[in-house]
Design a protein around this ligand. Structure first.
Ligand SMILES: NC(=O)c1ccc[n+]([C@@H]2O[C@H](COP(=O)([O-])OP(=O)(O)OC[C@H]3O[C@@H](n4cnc5c(N)ncnc54)[C@H](OP(=O)(O)O)[C@@H]3O)[C@@H](O)[C@H]2O)c1
Length: 252
């Protein structure tokens, strides 16, 4: 797949913020956007420090679990540009070392690890929305998109397990829908959506790739380009939904 993605529906000189820019998918999104002729400035926002060769990219640090960090980063962005056209949230956790693992049974449920997963996967994106939705451009297409997951769909849940991850993504989906309703009143040309990137070869999915057939495991580049194509295809009336990598809405 070509790495040059059509972002023409957004217009020219796009300012973009990517949260989780050190992650597998977040980094691929950042790099694909940095080579796109329609982008002007990319804010690569991540917890760990990162450096980029492209002069379009400004690197900023944030812990998405810390609202003060989010406010500081919003101010830093607005000291450089007057508006944003694309905000992408590619942060998320499924497992962390030996402490947090997806639960196979209700017997494995633990308050501390559930809380940590909800803080990163649902509360963090909500606080980013609080401080970044007001920065979206008015009177032209703009989008706030958070990476969700098909397993966050209540309707689609037939296998069970992965309690904290599934329910944190279900909470994220409800936040996206609720934010989109308020956003439509304040900024009718803007969208707020969730995205399912497919099953992607990253450190997040690595321990669980055994059951995935080869053709169904996407490279990060392939997933990032699919997601940018989906964003390019969306219209404001589709705000509030969750879309898979192929552009199909996921019932949630
Ligand atoms: N990979 C898949 O198959 C798949 C499938 C469905 C959905 N998703 C979703 O896609 C998103 C990206 O996943 P990925 O596969 O690219 O995972 P990844 O490679 O593990 O990247 C996760 C990113 O989240 C960041 N992060 C975690 N906690 C953070 C915090 N407190 N503050 C700031 N950043 C934090 C990490 O930063 P550090 O580098 O600092 O740790 C990293 O940049 C996630 O929301 C995931 O749920 C992935």
């Amino acid at each position: 797949m070509s790495s040059l993605i059509d972002l023409k529906s957004f217009g020219r000189d796009l300012n973009v913020a990517v949260f989780g820019a050190t992650g597998g998918i977040g980094k691929a999104l950042t790099l694909s956007l940095s080579t796109n002729p329609n982008t002007q400035s990319i804010f690569a926002i991540s917890r760990s420090k990162n450096e980029y060769a492209s002069p379009k990219i400004t690197s900023l640090q944030v812990d998405i679990d810390n609202e003060h960090d989010i406010v500081r980063v919003a101010k830093a962005v607005m000291s450089t540009v007057s508006e944003l056209h694309i905000v992408l949230i590619a942060t998320g956790i499924l497992h962390v070392g030996d402490n947090i693992k997806p639960e196979k049974s209700w017997r494995a449920l633990e308050r501390v690890s559930m809380e940590a997963v909800f803080r990163v996967n649902a509360i963090g994106p909500a606080l980013v929305a609080k401080h970044f939705l007001p920065l979206l451009a008015q009177n032209r297409k703009s989008v706030f998109a958070a990476l969700s997951a098909r397993v966050g769909s209540i309707e689609d849940n037939r296998l069970g397990g992965w309690y904290a991850y599934r329910s944190s993504k279900a909470a994220l989906n409800m936040l996206i829908r609720t934010l989109s309703i308020e956003l439509a009143r304040l900024n009718p040309s803007a969208l707020c959506v969730g995205l399912h990137p497919g099953t992607v070869n990253t450190s997040l999915s690595k321990p669980y790739q055994g059951s995935v057939s080869k053709g169904r495991l996407f490279s990060v580049e392939r997933s990032a380009n699919h997601l940018l194509n989906v964003l390019n295809s969306l219209q404001p009336e589709q705000s509030g939904q969750v879309f898979a990598w192929d552009g199909k809405p996921i019932p949630f």
